[in-house]
Write a protein that binds this ligand. Structure first.
Ligand SMILES: Nc1ncnc2c1ncn2[C@@H]1O[C@H](COP(=O)(O)OP(=O)(O)OP(=O)(O)O)[C@@H](O)[C@H]1O
Ligand SMILES: [Mg+2]
Length: 254
């Protein structure tokens, strides 16, 4: 059976999407699952954090090839579709949307998902065709930095999903993951409360703390689950979040 994708998306810069996509991909691969991580951000942050040069033809390949995609093998069980790191990603999505509609990426992903247990897509912050078509490709996990501005961006995500549904395309939020939480700061605590008021049962119980381990692991390209970060709370919080997400995926959602 082809893997059900997880679309990591939130239309606000710096909300923890890339950190979350990479942490989940690494944790699942370490647990013996075969994982494909797809970098859908023209900024190519995930590609860079994983030490891979931007892949010039990846997006075009993704949308236009009928056969299997050539992903970069980071390990036996963790493969990456790199972002080209320029405007060609959005151009390829625009073209596919024009020619084949909003579900073109969902179909491309389905062809590639064969052979993987999990497919994780890391979206960029903008809500252009690339992100919109990604939102149509599977259940959305939205990392939400616990700040007022990030919580205020939630209606933009909801509006994009509503627009897809009006166009007859299935799309939904699987879960909201509070990230970069600074529990000692009033603004952070209030934003977490506001997120729970809006997202209710979709807000995961796990909260990812603001943590230098996360920032350093991304900057240095080292797994957050490396022994050097053992004393940090962040890897444990990410494992708890992943457990919740996987069980929600198994139960299914409307
Ligand atoms: N839990 C955390 N604690 C501390 N720093 C974090 C945490 N999560 C992410 N960061 C840092 O915050 C910045 C933004 O994180 P990240 O790149 O994951 O966000 P993003 O949502 O993918 O951003 P963009 O919208 O630009 O793609 C990065 O420098 C990252 O290292
Ligand atoms: Mg990112």
């Amino acid at each position: 059976m082809a893997a059900r994708p997880i679309i990591v998306a939130m239309p606000k810069g710096g909300s923890g999407k890339t950190a979350t996509a990479i942490a989940f991909a690494r944790a699942l691969a370490s647990a013996g699952r075969r994982v494909l991580l797809v970098d859908l951000d023209p900024q190519a942050s995930a590609t860079a954090a994983l030490g891979v040069p931007p892949g010039a033809s990846a997006a075009v390949q993704l949308l236009e090839r009928v056969g299997r995609l050539e992903a970069v093998r980071l390990s036996d069980r963790l493969h990456l579709v790199p972002s080209p790191g320029d405007g060609s990603l959005d151009a390829a999505f625009e073209k596919a949307r024009r020619l084949r509609g909003l579900t073109a990426f969902r179909e491309a992903l389905r062809r590639m998902a064969d052979g993987y247990d999990h497919v994780i897509c890391d979206c960029g912050p903008s809500l252009g065709s690339t992100t919109l078509m990604a939102l149509a490709a599977g259940p959305v996990l939205a990392p939400v930095e616990t700040t007022r501005l990030t919580v205020a961006a939630l209606p933009r995500l909801a509006a994009a999903i509503a627009a897809l549904r009006r166009a007859g395309v299935a799309a939904s939020v699987l879960a909201y993951l509070p990230t970069r939480h600074a529990s000692r700061q009033t603004e952070s605590r209030e934003a977490l409360e506001a997120l729970r008021a809006v997202g209710r049962t979709r807000v995961l119980a796990a909260v990812i703390p603001q943590s230098t381990a996360v920032a350093r692991s991304l900057a240095e390209g080292i797994s957050l689950f490396d022994a050097r970060y053992r004393s940090s709370r962040a890897p444990h919080a990410y494992l708890a979040a992943l457990g919740e997400v996987v069980s929600r995926l198994e139960v299914g959602h409307e």
